[in-house]
Write a protein of this length. Structure first.
Length: 175
C-alpha cells in the first residue's frame, strides 16, 4: 500500500506542478499583456503630448505670422490678445486703427498707390476690393458685421473719387 500511496502522492504532485506551471504561464501571459497595454497607453500619451506640442507650435507660428501681418499694415500697439475690452473697443472705433476710417484708407491707398493713376488698374483694384469682400462674406458664412460694410463702402468711394479726379467716368460696378 505504501507504494500505491507514494504513486498517488507523486501523481498528485505532478498534477499540482502542471497546474502551477499553467498558472505561472497564465501569470506570465497576463503580465505580458499588461505590459503591452501599459506600453500602448504610454505611446498613446506620448503621441497626444507630441500632437499638443505640434498644435502649440502651430498656434505660436500663426500668432507670429499674425503679429508680422499687423506690423506690416502699420499696427504698433500691444498684442491683440492682451487688450482689455476698452482698448479693443477703441481700436475699432471710428478713428481707431481698425475702425472704418483708417481701414478703408489702407484698403483704398493700396489700390490707388498700385494703380499710379492708371484707369484700368484703378478699376481692377476696385473690382478686387469688391470681390475680396464677397469672398469674405462666403468665408464668414453670410452677413458680415456692419462695420465691414461701412469700411468697404468708404474704400470704394475713395477709389471712385480718384477715378473722377483723374477725369475717368464712374460706372456702377458690382461683383
Amino acid at each position: 500500500m505504501n507504494i500505491q500511496a507514494n504513486i498517488n502522492a507523486y501523481q498528485a504532485t505532478q498534477v499540482q506542478r502542471k497546474d502551477k506551471t499553467e498558472e505561472v504561464e497564465a501569470l506570465k501571459e497576463a503580465h505580458k499583456e499588461s505590459q503591452s497595454k501599459q506600453f500602448t497607453q504610454l505611446m498613446s500619451e506620448v503621441q497626444s503630448f507630441v500632437s499638443i506640442k505640434v498644435e502649440k507650435n502651430d498656434i505660436e507660428a500663426r500668432h507670429e505670422e499674425f503679429q508680422d501681418f499687423l506690423k506690416g499694415i502699420g499696427y504698433e500697439g500691444p498684442s491683440i490678445a492682451s487688450l482689455s475690452q476698452e482698448e479693443a473697443t477703441e481700436l475699432v472705433s471710428e478713428d481707431g486703427f481698425f475702425g472704418v476710417t483708417q481701414t478703408s484708407e489702407r484698403i483704398a491707398n493700396f489700390v490707388i498707390s498700385g494703380a499710379n493713376g492708371d484707369e484700368e488698374l484703378l478699376r481692377e483694384g476696385r473690382k478686387g476690393i469688391l470681390q475680396g469682400f464677397k469672398d469674405a462674406e462666403e468665408i464668414w458664412g453670410g452677413k458680415l458685421p456692419d462695420i465691414s460694410y461701412e469700411t468697404i463702402d468708404k474704400a470704394v468711394a475713395m477709389v471712385d473719387a480718384v477715378l473722377v479726379d483723374n477725369g475717368f467716368s464712374i460706372l456702377s460696378e458690382t461683383v
